[in-house]
Design a protein around this ligand. Structure first.
Ligand SMILES: Nc1ncnc2c1ncn2[C@@H]1O[C@H](COP(=O)(O)OP(=O)(O)O)[C@@H](O)[C@H]1O
Ligand SMILES: [Mg+2]
Length: 494
């Protein structure tokens, strides 16, 4: 009886997320899946549970192949998953979420409403949340949401439980609830794949470990046989002598000065400065406060008490995205649904930010075409709807728009995720030009540490809303290994 993932490969556009990775989980075994940001852990978890298709390789559950990319089929074969990004509907109650998840159904109708309610109650009781059955999920604390996610995964009584970063956002008492349920599951002969960055937790819960780096399996074995230092080193990969030579000019004067920032609720306030002519990356494990900093600077998130930001000495109109754009900060998100008006023309999308900026003339067609040209953007005329273009070309248009705005600061949130390699290079090239030639301060995040190391002049690594490392190309301290080591070491010390 084993869950086997055999020779799994998977590409997202130019990114090889997984390259011929195999692993197996037997009864009573809890296997750790360990690696840096973007190393392929969540992709592996999703392939094991029928959410994503594998480009190559196969999934065998107790010798039966998972023939289709279907979560329902994976569940029927005995695989359950908790999602890093959660799979709950915020507007529904916890009880409703569980009823919706996994009950006998025919022609869309619940066959046994009362039985489903009772099962939902039992599932919530197992995670100690029976009292919250009638509460809407969006009103729960983060840790409680993850417990509901766990209850949902356990509801179908899986033999194999895939747990993707479940405990990272939990309080200690919630981790104990999880620990009890996991022990029960393993004692009953179940298996588990446990994705986490926290070495103390891996040591506590897991007996075996697979380490991914850049989509490749770099170590597989018993956890008791390996030292923490080795794990951090393998996950980080690379060697010091692979450090790219620095060609970045020295950064200029301070453009953005942020004081009293609270990137995470309850965290100690921090001060940050961003300089002209420099690309600064904000790295670290997911959700350590990166989003708050970027969205605050873009005016998309209200300031917390005490937060103050100046742009070239003038106070920034925090919370007012149109005013901030007019002051000279441009925002590019990787979430195209949020940024693009799909049915409007390319021209309208390029002009959109100017509408709210009084006193700034609309760019004319010649300016728009010139900006698109600089990014090698392929299009069949700027009168066409932007929605008809490839993701890479849409993304380039959003970046080309920054050229027209000629901003002092560009805030780019994972802005090359999922686009093809040529487009990615074009975007990188332009961000470098905006910083190094035009003197903008560029502030980026990425779901991929390799990209962050390659693109940035300087990377601030966040943990719990604090800067735990500052790495720099000029000082030859910046590469992907250094980024991963910084946040992994922190987890070990915790
Ligand atoms: N839906 C997606 N579209 C495009 N790229 C993706 C998608 N999901 C993951 N990736 C990319 O695949 C790589 C592996 O991602 P992931 O499996 O989420 O890593 P991890 O969970 O180890 O942080 C990253 O480079 C990431 O940007
Ligand atoms: Mg992940």
């Amino acid at each position: 009886m084993t869950l086997v993932l055999q020779g799994i490969s998977r590409d997202f556009g130019p990114v090889r997320a997984l390259d011929d990775v195999s692993l197996a989980i037997g009864p009573g075994e809890c296997r750790a899946l360990y690696g840096g940001n973007g190393s392929g852990k969540s992709t592996m978890a999703k392939i094991a549970s029928g959410i994503l298709s594998a480009g190559a390789g196969r999934v065998l559950v107790d010798d039966r192949p998972l023939a289709r990319t279907s979560p329902a089929e994976a569940r029927a074969l005995g695989v359950g998953i908790t999602f890093q990004e959660l799979s709950l509907i915020g507007e529904l109650t916890t009880g409703e979420n569980l009823v919706l998840a996994d009950v006998p159904r025919r022609f869309g109708f619940l066959l046994d409403r009362r039985g489903a309610d009772a099962a939902a109650h039992a599932a919530l009781k197992r995670v100690g949340l029976a009292g919250l059955r009638g509460r809407r999920v969006e009103l729960l604390q983060t840790g409680e949401k993850y417990l509901v996610e766990l209850a949902k995964a356990l509801q179908s009584h899986p033999r194999y439980l895939i747990i993707d970063e479940l405990t990272s956002a939990m309080h200690a008492s919630e981790v104990e609830i999880f620990a009890g349920l996991l022990a029960e599951h393993l004692a009953a002969g179940g298996g588990a794949l446990f994705v986490s960055h926290r070495l103390p937790e891996l040591r506590r819960f897991c007996n075996t470990i697979s380490v991914l780096r850049n989509g490749k399996l770099v170590f597989e074995g018993a956890l008791a046989d390996v030292a923490d230092d080795d794990l951090v080193k393998w996950a980080g990969g690379g060697h010091r002598d692979e450090m790219p030579a620095s060609r970045a000019p020295l950064a200029g004067e301070i453009r953005v000065q942020a004081t009293g920032l609270r990137p995470l609720p309850g965290a100690r306030p921090i001060n940050l400065a961003f300089r002209s002519g420099e690309i600064t990356g904000i790295g670290g494990l997911p959700d350590q406060g990166q989003k708050h900093i970027q969205r605050l600077l873009a005016g998309l998130q209200p300031a917390v008490a005490g937060e103050r930001v100046t742009l070239s000495g003038a106070a920034l109109a925090l919370g007012d995205s149109a005013a901030i754009a007019a002051q000279g900060i441009s925002f590019v998100s990787g979430d195209r649904d949020e940024m693009v008006f799909a049915r409007r023309t390319i021209r309208e999308n390029m002009q959109a930010p100017f509408v709210a900026m009084k006193g700034r003339p609309m760019p004319d067609d010649a300016a728009i075409l010139a900006a698109l040209d600089r990014l090698n953007t392929r299009h069949a005329g700027i009168d066409r709807p932007i929605g008809g273009l490839s993701g890479g070309n849409q993304q380039k248009i959003l970046v080309a728009r920054c050229l027209l705005l000629n901003p002092q600061v560009i805030v780019a949130e994972d802005c090359t995720k999922g686009i093809d390699v040529a487009s990615r290079n074009d975007v990188h090239h332009l961000l470098r030009e905006l910083a190094h030639v035009q003197g903008a301060a560029v502030i980026v995040t990425s779901s991929d540490d390799q990209e962050l190391a390659g693109l940035c002049d300087r990377v601030l690594v966040l943990d719990g809303g604090q800067v735990i490392a500052e790495l720099s190309k000029v000082e030859q301290t910046l590469d992907a290994q250094a980024i991963v080591s910084a946040y992994m070491k922190q987890e070990r010390a915790a």
